[in-house]
Design a protein around this ligand. Structure first.
Ligand code: PEP
Length: 255
């Protein structure tokens, strides 16, 4: 049976108190047996407090970003070690918000992935085409290029674990996901790109590819029954405990 990933990205949407409350609500409704690893990525400030109350670590924590240097005069940045200190086991890298507002590039994603792999954090690298690129039928090229630039030259021979989140940028926050078959096609493109870069055994062993973009409990199953889709990255519907738990419950019904 497939072990899926359900990853919540809370972005910069909740204050300290709201974050603690939402985490506690999810925790109270958390099911003992899940068919997915549940990862919550709050903003930085509440992470310490959330981690303190997350003794059993059944819900995993993740950062929304990380810097590639380990220490130094990098005002405003956060390191892998700092995220580890507050219980993080995962980190999102290259989210489209960061590419759009902070001009992050594939080269920066490359350094961040490399640094995360040296730590205990599992990187979640986000890739995805924008609306214009899709309209111009360049989506395959864009994804191949993003993956190749971000990952070429990285050594996975130590069996490091890595997640790639395919997120069509124009769908994020729109309330309308793409068709699951369309997502499956893009996952195949990503897998083939990985096979072109790394030995197939490494790809099978180290990489999981997940989908993100307007996922809710009504559609999640249609995505996860696709052969190459191993999980979902959820934005909007992770900000409401009921909606998020409903997604987890739906995933648990997959045979
Ligand atoms: C996201 O922010 O990565 C995301 C997938 O958001 P949403 O679920 O709201 O589309």
């Amino acid at each position: 049976m497939k072990k899926f990933y359900i990853i919540a990205n809370w972005k910069m949407k909740l204050n300290f108190q709201e974050s603690i409350e939402l985490f506690n609500e999810i925790k109270q409704n958390f099911l003992e047996k899940n068919q997915a690893e549940i990862v919550v990525c709050p903003s930085y400030v509440p992470l310490f407090e959330i981690n303190k109350n997350n003794i059993d670590r059944k819900i995993k924590l993740g950062g929304q970003d990380v810097f590639w240097e380990e220490t130094g005069a990098y005002t405003g940045e956060i390191s892998c070690e700092m995220l580890e200190d507050v219980g993080c086991e995962y980190v999102i890298i290259g989210h489209s918000d960061r590419r759009k507002y902070f001009k992050e590039t594939d080269e920066m994603a490359h350094y961040k992935v490399k640094t995360a792999l040296k730590s205990s954090l599992t990187p979640i690298l986000c890739v995805g085409e924008n609306f214009q690129e899709r309209q111009e039928n360049r989506k395959d090229y864009v994804i191949i290029s993003q993956i190749t630039k971000a990952l070429s030259g990285i050594d996975f021979s130590g069996s490091e674990k890595m997640i790639i989140a395919y997120e069509p940028v124009w769908v994020i926050g729109s309330g309308q996901a793409i068709k699951p078959e369309d997502a499956e096609y893009m996952h195949q493109i990503i897998k083939q790109t990985l096979i072109d870069i790394f030995p197939i055994e490494i790809v099978e062993k180290c990489f999981k590819i997940i989908y993100g973009g307007s996922i809710n409990a009504g559609v999640v199953k249609n995505f996860l029954i696709q052969p190459n889709i191993w999980g979902v990255l959820v934005g909007s519907d992770s900000l409401n405990s009921k909606k998020f738990i409903d997604i987890i419950r739906e995933v648990n019904t997959i045979k």
